[in-house]
Design a binder for this molecule. Structure first.
Ligand code: C2E
Ligand code: CA
Ligand code: CA
Ligand code: CA
Length: 274
């Protein structure tokens, strides 16, 4: 007869082992995926709300994992953040951006949005990574770093923010209003842009509480002189509401879905011929 304590401790040991094995296999998968080029950067256009000219793109990662098929970033990004694997993924996006800069108009007014986890700001790591990628000085000024607040309240170093702005890089707070730290971020990040999360866009025209929150985010940004981008625009009604309330830039399936970088020049050409 095994004593209960022994059985329990064996059980706990087994569960711990399972958890570790699981974690190891995820990091192994990510590294393997990076090495065998399973990741691809897509881009989704952003449009000026008034004249619907394309003002930039957001870069979005896609993972075509041959062992499991397409894996959504909604799944692998949070896991990667938890397990300190987000920086290599961001570096991959930076690599691809530098390599494909000729897919985008070379104008300071054309913005290239890159999603960056707040943890990547720690110790200015993001600045070192940006410098290592040798962006042409023109291109570096086109970058907009979209900062997510998924990881609860990281202490964003004011000096990193200052240095990024010094390089001419703009900062956006992503998914504004969905995390716990939004209002603190307004002070520490001194953002150039607030991105209205698609859950708020979806609430427009409904009587959900979020519809009120959308209005409050808009007026907050306007009072602070921060530019507004709404994501997840799917209907003409949402677009009209956002435009009428002074939201500057719209992004969503109504205009374009995320596409491979190589498809972008053609999309742009088909839209507003030169
Ligand atoms: P996000 O930064 O909020 O990006 C917007 C998401 O909304 C994207 O999902 C985009 O495809 C989707 N979307 C755009 N328009 C519409 C629309 O009209 N309707 C609906 N329902 N969805 C729309 P995606 O590409 O699946 O990415 C999910 C999240 O994963 C992103 O949310 C971002 O937080 C994260 N992510 C993606 N790529 C990267 C990356 O390179 N680095 C980091 N750190 N995070 C990334
Ligand atoms: Ca984003
Ligand atoms: Ca986000
Ligand atoms: Ca979002």
């Amino acid at each position: 007869q095994l004593p209960l304590a022994l059985i329990l401790s064996m059980l706990i040991g087994y569960i711990t082992w399972l958890a570790t094995a699981n974690r190891m296999s995820f990091s192994w998968e990510i590294n393997l995926g990076l090495a065998s080029r399973e990741f691809e950067v897509f881009c989704q256009p952003l449009l000026n709300a008034r004249n619907l000219q394309c003002t930039g793109v957001e870069l979005l990662l896609r993972w075509n994992n041959p062992r499991q098929g397409w894996i959504s970033p909604e799944v692998f990004i949070p896991l990667a953040e938890q397990q300190n694997l987000i920086a290599p993924l961001t570096r991959f996006v930076l690599d691809e951006t530098v390599r494909h800069l000729d897919m985008f108009p070379q104008s300071r007014d054309f913005h290239i949005g890159i999603n960056v986890a707040a943890s990547h700001f720690h110790n200015g790591e993001i600045i070192d990574d940006l410098k290592r990628h040798w962006f042409p000085s023109q291109a570096i000024q086109q970058l907009v770093l979209e900062l997510t607040e998924r990881d609860a309240l990281p202490d964003v170093d004011y000096r990193v923010v200052r240095d990024l702005h010094g390089l001419g890089i703009a900062l956006a707070i992503d998914d504004f209003g969905t995390g716990q730290s939004s209002l603190t971020y307004l002070e520490t990040l001194n953002p150039d842009v607030l991105k209205i999360d698609k859950s708020f866009t979806a609430a427009i025209g409904t009587d959900a509480v979020n519809s009120t929150v959308t209005d409050i985010i808009i007026s907050l940004a306007q009072r602070l002189g921060i530019s507004l981008v709404a994501e997840g625009v799917e209907t003409p009604q949402q677009a009209e509401y956002l435009r009428n309330h002074g939201v500057n830039v719209l992004q969503g399936y109504l205009y374009a879905r995320p596409m491979p970088l190589k498809a972008f020049p053609l999309w742009l050409e088909g839209r507003d011929p030169p």
